[in-house]
Design a protein around this ligand. Sequence first.
Ligand code: ADP
Ligand code: ASP
Ligand code: MG
Length: 406
Amino acid sequence: MSTRVVAKFGGTSVGSIERIRHSAGLVAEAARRGEAMAVVVSAMAGETDRILGLTQELGAGLGDAETDVALAAGEQVSSALMALALREAGFKSRSFLGWQLPVITDGPAGAARIAGMDVSSLEAAMDAGIIPVLAGFQGITQDGDVRTLGRGGTDLSAAALASALGARCDIYTDVDGVFTTDPRIEPAAGQLEAISHDEMLELAAQGAKVLQTRSVEFAKARGVPMRVLSSFLDAGQSRGTDVVASRDVAERRIVSGVAYARDQARIALVGTSNRSDLPAKAFAALAEAEIGVDMIVQAQARSAGSVTLEFSVAHRDLDKAQAALDTALPGIDMTSETGLAKVSVVGSGLRQRADIARSLFAVLGEESIMVRVLATSEIKISALIDNDAVERAVRALHAAYGLDQV
Ligand code: ADP
Ligand code: ASP
Ligand code: MG
């Protein structure tokens, strides 16, 4: 049997008819080489933001079930256009929308999870020599309601389809692979030949949007071979980056990359020190509202007998977070600050580097960048800083940890 390959094309890779033709050409080339191809597409670049903006004008937004119905239209258009482009290139092709497989989801509107997918109709198409094009980012609930998978979710659609088909997953995007940091911010960033699931997960979770976090989790859990490649080069020209198990990364590095996430907010709660239930109540309320929290610090406040609990959330979640906290902890003393960003240094070698916090403070201090909150995990260290300082911080850390390409 020929190798099965799922090729996923992101928004810029299907951003115009010209780009769709070029991406279809890459699929055609692989099909001619004898690979059994299935395609997954994102909406054309800018479409998801445009549609989301329209729903926001009417007081909805991400998380509303009607927003999901509107957003899913973006991938409906691009999947049909890709099928037409493949036809133009001389292949039989057809689109599949999420409900047509179906891709079954659970979880909330705007951030649904894939609970399962039935690929029998898609496999039958492949067996009949038809190249299927799945609309990414979408599925339906058991009750038949349209759901979307969270921003960047076509990567997850692709990983899940590859797992169901026993295929390799090629993620085509507008850069040549995974770099040591966003090459649009630091031109000296170097491309990685391979990166471990754990490091990629941490980079993605800290803001490197080249792969969606959940797609990497999925690929790791199911053992799906994943690669990131450029759709802007001709067939065979992209070097790409393999996302693999840690044991398969030949090159040992202390630091693999620097990631950043803009538009963070900090919430501070002040409670009395005998309120040992404060953190548990606060985080339960935030979890209930499906709000991701990180960079948590608890400290004895200056005034005797009180403690402060500080943490960061994405700015877009701030109102929702404050409302949830108000309900769970009526009358709590709460302040917030916006205009913040998070920079993170990621690498499996950080496990052995006890001095990493000191060196990070030193590098940022040299740039007069103030660290508001610091958080570490086994293979990552993150600092909350001002939004305005993010590019300088990324470049300084990239150079300081020896990642600049000479
Ligand atoms: P797509 O639309 O194909 O899904 P995305 O915009 O989601 O593409 O992701 C690709 C972008 O990720 C690149 O254009 C780049 O600016 C950004 N990026 C951030 N960090 C990295 C990194 N470490 N390596 C490569 N690209 C990165
Ligand atoms: N179109 C969706 C988004 O912009 C999904 C994706 O591109 O992966 O987030
Ligand atoms: Mg993406």
